[in-house]
Write a protein of this length. Structure first.
Length: 115
């Protein structure tokens, strides 16, 4: 059974930084892509950033230049470095890990940015 555990969320002032981490187990699975979605109250879940097994990255326009996604050396960990945070970044952030036939999700971690 695949488990994703996120950490690193919290409350931060506008302009501050947070680093989200996601550890996937078991570590032996080679996922095609890993990344982060977020969902703000009353809004649809949206893609924030993704990184493929080959190292390609993709970002939502709203976070380009502020967020950086990376995978750990062990390949079963994905990070999201979030800088210059804005109140609009407030949301529950969900980690995902994708295979061709299925996508797995974490339970989410709350990020709150105060103005």
């Amino acid at each position: 059974q695949v488990h994703l555990v996120e950490s690193g969320g919290g409350l931060v002032q506008a302009g501050g930084s947070l680093r989200l981490s996601c550890v996937v187990s078991p570590s032996t699975i080679n996922f095609n892509a890993m990344g982060w979605y977020r969902q703000a109250p009353g809004k649809q879940r949206e893609l924030v950033a993704t990184v493929t097994s080959g190292g390609s990255t993709n970002y939502a326009d709203s976070v380009k230049g502020r967020f950086t996604i990376s995978r750990g050396n062990a390949k079963n960990t994905v990070y999201l470095q979030m800088n210059s945070l804005k109140p609009d970044d407030t949301a529950v952030y969900y980690c995902y890990a994708a295979l061709v036939v299925r996508t797995y999700w974490g339970q989410g971690t709350q990020v709150t940015v105060s103005s």
